[in-house]
Ligand binder design. Sequence first.
Ligand code: NAD
Length: 336
Amino acid sequence: RKIGYAIVGLGSYATRQIMPNFVGCEHSRIVALVSGTPAKLEQYGAQYGVPKTHWYNYGNFDRIRDNPDIDAVYIILPNSMHAEYTVRAAQAGKHVMCEKPMAISVAECETMIAACRKAGKKLMIGYRSRFEQYNRLAIELARGGHVGPTQIITAEHGFYARPNQWRLDRPLSGGGSLMDIGIYSLNATRYLTGEEPVEVVASESTDKSDPRFATVEDRINFLLRFPSGVAATCVSSYSSAHNSYRVIGTQGYIDMEPATPYEGHSMRIRKDGQVTQRTLPPAAKTQWAGQLDHLSEAILNGTDVIVPGEEGLADMRVIEAIYRSAREGRAVKVQA
Ligand code: NAD
């Protein structure tokens, strides 16, 4: 059986990445669409063979409760809308896949987890890199001490954010580059170590005369200290283009550049002075098909997902500590 998904929000990521990747899924299919724009429902309804009876808008969204074809919803809306739609979906008796960042505060994340738990439904966050083979290998190598025990991780993520979009509007985004792209640096340090950071030190650099940054931050750099002693140095930016991380151990390093792109991952390892490029054969499934089928299989088999709401919450706890550290100019402990 294939799990039926309602796609909530027919924007760029939904229509260019998520929806086209259902074709590579074994256990997932699109069965319903949710949008405030009737023309998009017409267009994508025709393209994906979703009949009018399975089209919804934000007003009548709760009626998904009465549609047994919908097992799960995939929320691909601006960040500040994730919590509301996750709670409404759980209350309608549906499992939830929610995009990153999970929400815009720790309190919202906790509410979402509680709502899904109460409804007895799964909640998974769209951390696609966990289903991408180079990142999976990097995790295995880093945690396995391939270049010696990890000492330092550097992680850099940024892109030039064009003006006039919800990402730069705090009520919708919840914050600037950290919420959107710096979260990849943060999440990578957590999955590469398998640990939770205990303390952060952060510093923000935002040109307030740039109209893009009236309400959100541009660059925010942060240091993370992990219980094992690993130190991470991370970059988050809306003004510079980079996508990489490096795991540095006692014998060398694992370099990923680009580390978390849609495609074209590249891994280079330096060990005991010897440099090698690691090239993997094409994956059987794209990272998106892997992500979608992971939730579907968890629903079908009653198993746990590897990136549940608790993962989104853990990132959000660190994000709040990073903002606080930058604001107050001091090291901040991460609340456990
Ligand atoms: P987008 O602007 O292209 O799409 C957002 C959609 O939400 C649009 O269709 C818009 O019409 C709809 N919407 C509904 N109510 C809205 C409102 N009040 N204001 C603005 N838009 C509203 O954005 P996107 O790039 O598709 O991002 C959507 C989500 O997906 C975000 O949470 C983002 O972080 C996430 N995302 C994840 C990845 C990834 O690689 N995992 C990549 C891109 C985006």
